[in-house]
Write a protein that binds this ligand. Structure first.
Ligand code: EPU
Length: 429
C-alpha cells in the first residue's frame, strides 16, 4: 500500500490547476445509462472512483472509451471519455461492486427508467455514518416504481415505464436529487421535486441531461420541474471544476503560508468556504484565471462554523477546516450537521498534537503553537486530506498511511503540492 511522506514547514507558492469535480463526474457517467447514444464527457479527473465506476458500468454492458493525450496537451487537462450504453446486458449491480463506492447505487434510477427493472445491492455501512438510501427509494416509488428489498438488494420494477409525480424530500439529499432527476427525465408526464439539493453538481448534471434532450427547469433551486421525454440522446459535456478540491488547496495554502493561484477554480461554487477563509485572515482574491489565495506572515483567526447543504459550508470541507483551525490563535467551534459520524480525523489530528474536544456534533478546537509530525492514517477521503493539510505545517516528518483514500478523490495530489514547494513524496509499496 502506498504512503505519503510530508516534511512540514515549507510555504506554498505557484499555481495549482483544479480538476473536474469528482461528485459531478460520477453521476454524469451514470447518466450515460439513460441513452443508447454516446455521451462524451470532457474534463474528467483521473481518480480511483472514476475507474471503479467504469468497472461497474462495464458490468452493465456499457462501453467506455478514454481518449488518449493529444499532442500539445499537458497532463493538467482532464480526460475525455466516451460512454456508450447501447446495449445494457445486465440490470444487476452486485454487492462486490456497489459496496466499494456508495454513489454506484445511483445506477438504480437510469436502469429502472430505461429498462423497466434494476437490481442493485444496498451500499451498506460507510466510514462517515449510516447513510441510508430510504429517500432515493421513496423518490423512485413516487414515480411509480415497485420496490422490493430482498437479500440485501433493492429490486425496482416499472414494467410499463415510470410516470411523473411529486417528490417532496423531508431532508436535502444530493443522491436523492440525482436519482429523482435521472428517473423523472424518462418518466411519462411532469415531475416536481421539492426541497431539492442545490449543490452545483446537481446543476451540472441537469445541464448535461438537458443537452441530452431532457426538459429540466429550476436545477440549482429547491424546486425542480422535469417534463419527462420518451428518449434521450447523446451529448458532449465538460465537467465543472471541483469546488472541494479548490477549498482543500485553499486551506492548504492558508495552513502553510505563501501565495497560490487555484487555476480554473470558480468562487461562486464555494463562496461560503471562501468567506470563512477570509474571516481567518487569509487573502482570497477571485481573478480571471481562478482564485488567488495568500497568507503572508499573519496568524490565523479562529472561526465558528456549521456545515450545511449548499450554499452553506460543505461537509466535504469540514475536516480540512478543522486541520487549519488546529493552528489558529484561539478556540474554534465546528459543528457537523450533515453526517452523524464524520469526525474520524479528530483522533489522527490529535496524534500530530492538535487539541480537539468532541461533544455530540460539535468539535471545539483550541489552536496550538505548533504541530509535530507523526505516522497517521485515515478512514475516508476528506479525513485523509485533512491530515495532509496538518502535516504541511507540522514540524518534522508525517507519514500518511492508506493513501488509496486520497487517490479516490484527489488527482495527483503530491505533484500539485510538490510543484508549489511542499516537501511531499509518495512511497510505493
Ligand atoms: N440521507 C438519508 N436518506 C437517504 C439519503 C440521504 O437519510 O436516502 C441522509 C444522509 O445520511 C445524510 C444526508 O441525508 O445525513 C445527506 O446525504 P446526501 O444524500 O446528500 O449525500 P450523498 O448523496 O450520499 C453526496 C456526496 C458526498 C457529500 C454529500 C453531502 C457524491 C458522490 N457524494 O453524498 O461526498 O458529502 O453529498 O454534500 O456526490 C465525498 O465526496 O467525500 C462525499 C462523501
Amino acid at each position: 500500500m502506498d504512503r505519503i511522506r510530508i516534511v512540514g514547514g515549507q510555504r506554498l507558492n505557484g499555481t495549482i490547476p483544479i480538476s473536474g469535480a469528482k461528485n459531478a463526474t460520477l453521476p454524469l457517467m451514470i447518466a450515460g445509462l439513460l441513452t443508447e447514444d454516446t455521451l462524451v464527457l470532457e474534463n474528467v479527473p483521473r481518480l480511483a472512483d472514476v475507474s471503479q465506476l467504469q468497472r461497474i458500468l462495464g458490468n452493465h454492458g456499457v462501453d467506455i472509451m478514454i481518449a488518449g493525450k493529444r499532442p500539445g496537451e499537458n497532463g493538467n487537462n482532464g480526460r475525455t471519455i466516451h460512454i456508450s450504453a447501447k446495449n445494457i446486458v445486465d440490470t444487476t449491480a452486485p454487492y462486490e461492486l456497489v459496496s466499494k463506492m456508495r454513489a454506484s447505487f445511483w445506477v438504480v434510477a437510469p436502469l429502472v427508467a430505461r429498462m423497466g427493472e434494476a437490481k442493485v445491492s444496498l451500499p451498506g455501512g460507510c466510514a462517515i455514518g449510516t447513510r441510508p438510501v430510504d429517500l432515493l427509494i421513496m423518490a423512485l416509488e413516487k414515480l411509480g416504481a415497485e420496490i422490493e428489498i430482498d437479500g440485501g438488494y433493492v429490486i425496482a420494477r416499472a414494467r410499463k415505464g415510470l410516470r411523473g409525480g411529486e417528490i417532496v424530500f423531508p431532508k436535502v439529499t444530493v443522491g436523492g436529487t440525482h436519482t429523482a432527476l435521472m428517473a423523472a427525465s424518462l418518466a411519462r408526464g411532469t415531475t416536481v421535486i421539492e426541497n431539492a439539493a442545490r449543490e452545483p453538481e446537481i446543476g451540472d448534471v441537469a445541464d448535461c441531461l438537458n443537452k441530452m434532450g431532457a426538459r429540466i427547469s429550476g436545477a440549482g433551486s429547491s424546486r425542480i420541474v422535469v417534463e419527462g421525454v420518451a428518449k434521450l440522446n447523446g451529448a458532449r459535456h465538460a465537467v465543472l471544476p471541483d469546488r472541494i478540491e479548490t477549498g482543500t488547496y485553499a486551506m492548504a495554502v492558508a495552513m502553510a503560508g505563501g501565495e497560490v493561484l487555484l487555476q480554473n477554480a470558480r468562487p461562486e461554487l464555494l463562496q461560503a468556504a471562501l468567506d470563512v477563509l477570509a474571516k481567518t485572515g487569509v487573502a482570497v482574491t477571485p481573478t480571471n484565471e481562478g482564485i488567488r489565495v495568500a497568507r503572508n506572515g499573519a496568524g490565523l483567526a479562529p472561526v465558528d462554523v456549521a456545515t450545511a447543504p449548499f450554499p452553506g459550508f460543505p461537509t466535504d470541507l469540514q475536516a480540512q477546516l478543522m486541520a487549519l483551525m488546529t493552528r489558529a490563535q484561539g478556540t474554534s467551534h465546528i459543528r457537523e450537521t450533515i453526517f452523524e459520524n464524520r469526525f474520524m480525523h479528530v483522533q489522527e489530528l490529535a496524534r500530530l498534537g492538535a487539541h480537539i474536544r468532541l461533544d455530540g456534533d460539535t468539535a471545539t478546537v483550541e489552536g496550538v503553537e505548533k504541530l509535530k509530525g507523526a505516522p497517521v492514517m485515515a478512514t475516508d477521503l476528506r479525513a485523509s486530506v485533512s491530515l495532509v493539510i496538518a502535516a504541511l505545517a507540522a514540524e518534522g516528518e508525517t507519514m500518511i498511511n492508506r493513501v488509496y483514500h486520497l487517490d479516490r478523490g484527489f488527482e495527483r495530489l503530491e505533484e500539485k503540492l510538490g510543484a508549489c514547494g511542499a516537501a511531499i513524496e509518495r512511497i510505493s509499496g
